[in-house]
Design a protein around this ligand. Structure first.
Ligand code: CP
Length: 304
């Protein structure tokens, strides 16, 4: 197979810890409120085959904050609807002058396929059940605003781990820095193979056990249609796995509550938990902009 175009960010799994630290340090120097023309004249192509609010808007604001132009192509309303293939779409968008492509796709490996056939860097904005690397970076950035280090961080991840690219990227990242990760969810959402993602992962079946003493809790979205494919009824899921204030109290007093969004209040977490002082859900979204500025600057060779 061809090599991915230089500057591409396809996942966290194969990044060195030092590369992650460099990106986070670069993100700390980025301020979207003080635009820098680092990417003036560059064209950032946002190609989204799936719905997105946070990732799409923050990549666009990140790019524009650095003087780049952005073009958004959605699967609906583009020639993708007429049956144009992924690669032909990629060749077309490269031909119109894209300097970097940000892609979200329902199939794992779509960004890799693009990156190994195009000459421009490709950034994975979430591919199927595979990875969501910029989400993991912004989550690490957020944790490090509340904790000095990721080493020995006690992290609980609760919900549909199996289908979650967010969980997969977070696990890859946090385990590179020695975090202790506990996964919790119904067996259908937490197959035993999850432990092969990283050494030292723990699995528990009760939320109480998962969150006890945790420094950070990441709650994942649960899709009702996926729940329908399990033996659990919605009400059972809520009573066993929903994050409540009573469960939050089992974590460290200053533990942070994370969620990649979109949140479904009343399902995976209560309204009270979503808005509690420990919730950093909005902060995660906010931090997505400097992190994506850093990722774009690096992809386009402008990271110093
Ligand atoms: N966290 C996340 O990827 O959100 P969006 O689907 O809104 O981009």
């Amino acid at each position: 197979m061809n090599k991915a175009a230089p500057g591409s960010l396809l996942g966290i799994e194969h990044l060195e810890a030092s590369e992650i630290l460099r990106l986070l340090a670069l993100a700390r120097r980025m301020n979207p409120r003080k635009p820098r023309p680092l990417l003036r004249g560059k064209r950032v192509l946002l190609l989204f085959y799936e719905a997105s609010t946070r990732t799409r808007s923050s990549f666009e604001i990140a790019a524009k904050s650095m003087g780049a132009m952005t073009t958004l192509v959605l699967s609906s309303g583009s020639s993708i609807e007429k049956g144009e293939s992924l690669l032909d779409t990629g060749y077309t968008l490269q031909a119109v002058g894209a300097d970097v492509m940000v892609i979200r796709h329902p199939n794992a490996g779509a960004p890799l396929l693009m990156a190994t056939h195009l000459d421009i860097p490709v950034i994975n904005a979430g591919d199927g059940m595979h990875e969501h690397p910029t989400q993991a970076l912004l989550d690490a950035y957020t944790i490090l605003r509340h904790r000095k280090t990721l080493k020995s961080l006690q992290m609980a991840i609760v919900g549909d781990i199996y289908h979650s690219r967010v969980a997969r990227s977070a696990i890859h990242l946090l385990s590179k820095f020695g975090a202790r990760i506990t996964l919790c969810g119904p067996s259908e959402f937490l197959p035993e193979v999850a432990t092969s993602l990283a050494p030292g992962l723990h699995i528990t079946r009760t939320v109480e056990e998962a969150v006890r003493g945790a420094d950070a809790i990441m709650v994942l979205r649960v899709q009702k249609e996926r729940l329908a494919g399990t033996k659990l009824r919605l009400q059972d899921y809520i009573s066993r796995y929903q994050m409540t204030m009573a469960r939050m109290k089992l974590a460290k007093r200053d533990a942070i509550l994370m969620h990649p969004g979109p949140i479904i209040r009343g399902l995976e977490l209560t309204w009270e938990v979503a808005d509690c002082p420990q919730s950093v859900i909005v902060e995660e979204v906010h931090n997505g902009v400097p992190v994506r500025m850093a990722v774009l600057a690096k992809a386009l060779g402008k990271a110093r």
